[in-house]
Design a protein around this ligand. Structure first.
Ligand code: FAD
Ligand code: NDP
Length: 601
């Protein structure tokens, strides 16, 4: 900025050369407020402290002439006068501030480009388009090491939630009944037998892939109806407003946009051991195997491993789970152990604590038949492990798809594991680039979370939306043979955060009515509420293992989000006879002791 011209020329120079220009004084509290606001919004801005320069008073007079405002802060965005503190706060409250900053007067191909057409990306793009914006989605699935690939819709629809749910024991039984029940009960019996055989598996894959195909098609139709341009191409950043995308034929296109939303999701990780990629598979491949998996080893002990292990057992496979340390890290460990005990009791082998060290091929996979592999491992105490399996499935975590797409080139900040770091408004450190879904650092990796944040982000960008995604108190369910639903703190985390003396834990076993007649276990199902004593026993943790735990948790989720206390739960009249009513009658505390055995009606 020129220091030689007249005060007016100097002021005009500052304004024209800086995207966000703030004339300020170090002693002014209103100036500090706006500086803090810009910092929180990750906005780069230039400040001139008028009380720190010799000709400050002259420049302030020149400002009056140029802007009609003499007081500070005096703010210009893209050379346009915004005003002072109140004007800036008002623009922020009305969601006009960031659009003003991002509106650089350039002509872009799109208002918004979304990279990734999964749960989050589709939700954000459709919402932005329905708010009248010109939007494009780029979605491309890179084949897994064994060559599996799929269509539009991302992980959830193609190789995630839907696959697990449609393969869950209850669905397996009911789908065969629906399909064949009309014909003859004998067929049901045959199909119950066939479900673990190659014919049964192939039929099942056909039914499920057919359903997925219709969903993939449905998403394309929805995008077309909303006038979102869909490109089946792999996108990489050229600069912060430009991407280059390559389709499967190698054709390249370049497109520009004012805003970008990153929603690339994750892909399964493989361990760095001999034979892992050659002979192992992951959940990406499991649901389209052209053969019956046979004797299966699940490596890993979290959501994916335990859920896949559970449904494979339900269709008659011999299943072993190799656990490195604990089950379901991050979840309430009492509940995790209950799930493990139940799975163990129902025929799933657990090898723990152990990690695989090598896989050798004994027999090749053939058309319609799995291979045979020898898996070597090491227990924590150094003892060697080995066994033979037809299928080895790695479920040891997932890596965000953030590498080699030019994020480093545009300077997007990432954690050391490659997750994108964002602020509460899902904005990265690059002001026109936002991120949602599984790639976010420290946020729940769940479909409804990605969808919700995609919609709210689009509303904040293109409507006067101000709601931020609440990433706390998100309900979740692990669809293991004994379902586990939870919301809020685990017992361990609550104790660590608030101290044991501040926590009251109410609990009880329960015996689902349908289990009583069938004489199933009366101590497997369990309900637990974690309450914060100093806040009138506000419920800060909700945990349940039992049938339909997901449905139960979803129902109570709203109450917990609204801050329900134990008394609110007690004052709720239950529905009899349900499992959920247990939560309205809990009166035994862990501290006090007392029997939690199931009582009668
Ligand atoms: P995704 O849905 O993964 O979509 C990302 C898309 O971007 C993909 O299509 C990807 O190929 C594409 N892409 C990546 N890079 C590029 C690029 N450079 N250019 C173009 N396209 C690109 N959640 C639940 O809530 N409930 C469940 O029961 C559940 N079960 C699950 C079971 C399994 C086995 C797995 C693996 C996950 C499960 N999840 C579940 C998690 C859920 O699937 C994810 O949280 C959700 O899909 C995340 O959505 P997303 O939009 O972030 O990413
Ligand atoms: P996680 O990261 O949650 O768990 C990884 C598991 O693998 C842990 O048990 C970990 O053990 C183990 N592990 C890690 N590295 C190794 C190794 N080298 N050798 C052996 N074991 C190892 O990953 P998931 O793939 O299970 O799940 C990913 C996400 O997908 C979840 O966070 C969840 O949000 C989502 N999801 C949601 C579902 C739902 O809503 N029902 C279902 C499935 C997935 P350790 O504890 O020792 O680190």
């Amino acid at each position: 900025v020129t220091q030689n011209g007249s005060p007016k020329a100097q002021v005009e120079d500052y304004i024209s050369k800086n995207k966000v220009m703030m004339f300020s004084k170090t002693t002014c509290p209103f100036c500090t407020k706006i500086k803090d606001l810009f910092k929180n919004l990750n906005v780069e801005f230039q400040v001139l402290e008028l009380d720190q320069i010799s000709n400050g008073a002259d420049l302030q007079n020149a400002l009056l002439e140029v802007s009609g405002q003499k007081t500070v802060p005096n703010i210009y965005i893209n050379s346009k006068h915004l005003g002072g503190c109140d004007d800036t706060l008002k623009a922020q409250a009305e969601n006009r501030l960031l659009p003003m900053i991002n509106d650089d007067g350039e002509n872009y191909d799109y208002d918004l480009i979304v990279i990734g057409g999964g749960s989050g990306g589709l939700a954000a793009s459709k919402e932005a388009a329905s708010l009248g914006r010109k939007v494009a989605v780029f979605d491309f699935v890179q084949p897994s090491p064994t060559g599996t690939t799929w269509g539009l819709g991302g992980t959830c629809v193609n190789v995630g939630c839907i696959m697990i749910e449609t393969n869950a024991p209850s669905c397996i039984i009911s789908s065969y009944i629906v399909i064949w029940g009309a014909i003859n009960i004998v067929f049901i019996k045959i199909f119950t037998y066939l479900q673990g055989s190659i014919v049964g598996i192939k039929l099942r894959i056909c039914f499920i892939q057919d359903h997925i195909g219709s969903l993939n098609w449905g998403y394309r139709v929805q995008l077309r109806e909303k006038k979102v341009d869909y490109h089946n191409a792999y996108a990489q950043f050229v600069d912060k407003h430009t991407i280059k995308a390559v389709n499967k034929k190698g054709k390249e296109i370049i497109k520009t946009a004012r805003h970008f939303i990153l929603a690339m999701g994750e892909r399964p990780r493989y361990p760095d051991i001999p034979g892992a990629k050659e002979f192992g598979i992951t959940s990406d491949d499991l649901f389209s195997l052209p053969y019956c998996p046979g004797k299966t080893l699940m490596v890993g002990a979290s959501y994916v491993s335990l859920e896949c292990g559970g449904f494979l057992k339900a269709i008659g496979m011999d299943v072993t789970v190799m656990v490195r340390s604990i089950l379901l890290r991050g979840f309430d460990q009492q509940m995790a152990d209950k799930i493990g005990d139940y799975m163990g009791l129902h025929g799933i082998d657990f090898v723990r604590p152990c990690v695989p060290t090598k896989i050798e091929k004994l027999q090749d996979r053939q058309d319609g038949k799995p291979g045979l592999y020898k898996v070597y491992g090491k227990y924590n105490d150094g003892t060697e492990y080995s066994d033979e399996f037809n299928t080895v499935i790695f479920a040891i975590g997932r890596d965000p798809c953030t590498q080699n797409i030019g994020l480093d080139k545009v300077g997007v900040q990432m954690s050391k594991n490659g997750f994108v770091i964002s602020n509460d408004a899902d904005q990265t450190n690059i002001s026109n680039i936002y991120a949602i879904g599984d790639i976010l650092e420290g946020k729940p990796e769940l479909t409804p979370v990605a969808i919700h944040s995609g919609r709210l982000l689009a509303r904040r960008l293109y409507e006067n939306g101000t709601l931020l995604t609440d990433y706390i108190n998100v309900c979740t369910t692990v669809f293991t043979p004994l379902e586990y639903g939870c919301c809020g703190y685990s017992e361990e985390d609550a104790i660590q955060k608030f101290g044991e003396d501040k926590i009251e834990v109410y609990h009880s076993n329960f015996w689902p009515l349908e289990w009583t007649v069938a004489k199933r276990e009366n101590d497997a199902c369990y309900a637990k509420l974690i309450c914060l004593i100093p806040e009138k026993e506000k419920v800060i943790g909700f945990h349940v293992v039992g049938p339909n735990a997901g449905e139960i948790t979803q129902g109570f989720g709203t109450a917990i989000k609204l801050g329900a206390t134990k008394t609110d739960f007690d004052n709720t009249i239950g529905i009899h006879p349900t499992c959920a009513e247990t939560f309205t009658t809990l009166d035994v505390t862990k501290r006090g002791g007392g029997s939690i055995d199931t009582a009668g009606c």
